[in-house]
Ligand binder design. Structure first.
Ligand code: A3P
Length: 319
């Protein structure tokens, strides 16, 4: 492990004073703009340590995403594919352990509990969840042979999912930003791990430049055809499904195990709370494509999508 000491509380407070800050969607914590990404002080402290202390191993798998883009699903899928030679779908730890405990978040779990967690003893392949922008990942992730799998989602569904999620676990009495105010912030890129376009574009461009390093997936594509996306994932991880596995229906079994209905109804995902304060159950809401239309007015949606289109223009990435 690195010998660099963790950030002192007073140094963190001093750093925060130098950063642009804005209200978070839940009306409480300030969001700070740190290295081009908006985040709470809680997350910033963890990111600071993660960047300085994390040492990637060639066998690592990083599950990257904007919050509320299908991270829970991709964690379950990546775990099931990468560890299938240890646990078959019928004895999967996913049946008794939430995906967020098996694939822990770097920013809101590992590095916020302990500024220098001991991760070296974890059995390979180690799999971590991460919401940071690609450009802000520690260099060792980019230079090692570890794999990065990213999931993104239609930004309108992502906004609505985030708004609903934040409502589920807000405990104090401070007023929440209205959906209108949230949309206004999001149009300016001010939301957890935003701007949306910078988060997705970092991984999108990396996936084009280094397709062996970064796999870029879309929630909607997984919904439409989970089997071919699971095959793509296994090939990318260099552990393709064998003909025998295909014949035995292993791919279908993994997709059933990780399906929204299956995971949501497991006892372990109905109870308990994550270190961030979010109940496990809050990660399973509707799991649908297009639910935004039940919450956002056509003009709100159009306004935001025009900004997204402009920001993504020329990249080849569309929603
Ligand atoms: P909704 O709020 O639209 O229902 P994240 O995992 O990144 O926090 O994203 C959560 C979103 O993914 C929620 O969307 C949640 O319901 C959905 N989700 C969780 N598990 C899923 C699964 N196994 N399959 C499909 N969607 C899932």
């Amino acid at each position: 492990t690195s010998k660099i000491p963790p950030i002192k509380e007073e140094d963190l407070q001093e750093l925060l004073l130098t950063l642009p800050s804005e209200k978070n969607l839940d009306g409480t914590n300030s969001l700070y703009l740190y290295q081009g990404a908006w985040m709470s002080a809680y997350v910033l402290r963890a990111v600071y340590s993660f960047q300085r202390h994390f040492i990637a191993q060639d066998t690592d798998i990083i599950v990257g995403s904007m919050p509320k883009s299908g991270t829970t699903w991709l964690k379950a899928l990546a775990f099931s594919v990468a560890k299938r030679h240890i646990y078959g779908p019928k004895e999967s730890p996913l049946l008794t352990t939430t995906p967020h405990e098996l694939v822990r978040f770097i920013e809101t779990d590992l590095y916020s509990k302990d500024q220098q967690p001991n991760l070296e003893q974890l059995p390979p392949p180690r799999i971590f969840g991460c919401h940071s922008h690609y450009a802000n990942l520690p260099e060792s992730i980019r230079i090692s042979k570890c794999k990065v799998v990213y999931i993104c989602r239609n930004p309108l569904d992502q906004i609505v999912s985030f708004f609903q999620f934040a409502h589920r676990f807000k405990q104090d009495g401070t007023p929440f930003l209205s959906l209108d105010e949230c949309c206004d912030n999001i149009c300016r890129g001010v939301h957890s791990q935003g701007p949306f376009w910078d988060n997705v574009l970092g991984y999108w461009k990396a996936s084009l430049e280094r397709p062996d390093k970064v796999l870029f997936l879309k929630y909607e594509d997984l919904k439409e055809d989970i089997v071919s996306n699971l095959k793509k994932l296994a090939e990318f991880l260099e552990i393709p499904f064998t003909d025998k596995e295909e014949k035995e229906g292993v791919i279908e079994e993994i997709s059933r195990l990780c399906s929204f209905d299956n995971l949501r109804n497991l006892e372990v995902n109905k109870n308990g709370v994550r270190p961030s304060g979010a109940p496990n159950s809050a990660f399973f809401r509707k799991g649908e494509v297009g639910d935004w239309a039940n919450y956002l007015s056509p003009s709100m949606a159009e306004n935001f999508m025009n900004i997204v289109k402009e920001k993504l223009a020329g990249s080849g990435l569309t929603f």
